[in-house]
Write a protein that binds this ligand. Structure first.
Ligand SMILES: O=C(O)c1ccccc1NCC(=O)[C@H](O)[C@H](O)COP(=O)(O)O
Length: 254
């Protein structure tokens, strides 16, 4: 699946144009996650659909969802901007950025420096760089470019092999473990445990995908995660604020 997504991205990059420049207030993803009042910092995702689940939320208003996440006290918001596979859009990110005061992560399949420049133009505070999608040298180059443009990067890996490849090149400030295998979609929280054992102590560890309950959250925190990235389970909630509260505290509110 990842190869199919990347093939479409290569075509999109050919047609990519930058939007008009606007100015935005920047927020640090790392600082926000570190300062969470909860067991872990929450990156809450705005995700309409996915290749593994199809449509996740029918009643999808990205700005309203972003605003509700912000009101619920999340530490950061991840916005899927890929149109073809996730029914996202780069305008969703810009529109959300204008109504929130937490860092906004651009969740997409970034393979080219033009997409990093685009991310800064649309108002991203941070970008996702996927270890399974990039050579280590290229990933590092895009990471440094993001920093030069005032953004941070969440460097995501799934396998030990990919983590080793990345660490030979550099140590990311924020390291994400995707519990989902992007080729098979198999999702196991224990992936965070395996990777945490190899992760450098200097990197802030974020566990991504397949986190549905407060029990799940406690499990990955037990493995060493300081942040969690959650999409589907929150997007399934009619009441976003209650969903965030239940996930983070394990206590139901009426
Ligand atoms: O979500 C997918 O099906 C997917 C398929 C192929 C590549 C990436 C995919 N997801 C991107 C993500 O990393 C997740 O949206 C994110 O970690 C949240 O996961 P979840 O909480 O399980 O929705």
């Amino acid at each position: 699946m990842l190869e199919t997504i990347l093939a479409v991205k290569r075509q999109e990059v050919e047609r990519l144009f930058l939007p008009e420049e606007q100015s935005f207030t920047n927020y640090s993803l790392k600082e926000s996650l570190k300062n969470s009042p909860h067991l872990a910092g929450l990156i809450a995702e705005v995700k309409k659909a996915s290749p593994s689940k199809g449509i996740i939320r029918e009643d999808f208003n990205p700005v309203r969802i972003g605003h509700e996440y912000n009101q619920a006290g999340v530490q950061a918001i991840s916005v899927l901007t890929d149109q073809h596979f996730f029914q996202g859009h780069r305008d969703f990110l810009t529109d959300i950025k204008k109504v929130v005061d937490v860092p906004v992560l651009r969740k997409d399949f970034i393979i080219d420096s033009m997409q990093i420049a685009e991310s800064a133009y649309i108002g991203a505070d941070a970008v996702l760089l996927i270890g399974e999608a990039l050579e280590a040298e290229k990933l590092h180059e895009l990471y440094l470019q993001a920093q030069d443009l005032g953004m941070e990067a969440l460097v995501e890996v799934h396998s030990e092999e990919t983590l080793e490849k990345v660490l030979k090149e550099f140590t990311p400030e924020i390291l994400g473990v995707n519990n989902r295998n992007l080729h098979t979609f198999e999702t196991k929280l224990s992936q965070t445990k395996r990777m945490a054992e190899l992760a450098p102590k200097e990197s802030l560890l974020v566990s991504e995908s397949g986190i549905f309950t407060n029990e799940d959250l406690r499990e990955v925190v037990g493995y060493g995660a300081e942040g969690v990235l959650v999409g589907e389970s929150l997007m399934k909630q009619a009441d976003i604020k209650k969903g965030v509260h239940d996930l983070m505290t394990g206590v139901n509110v009426l």
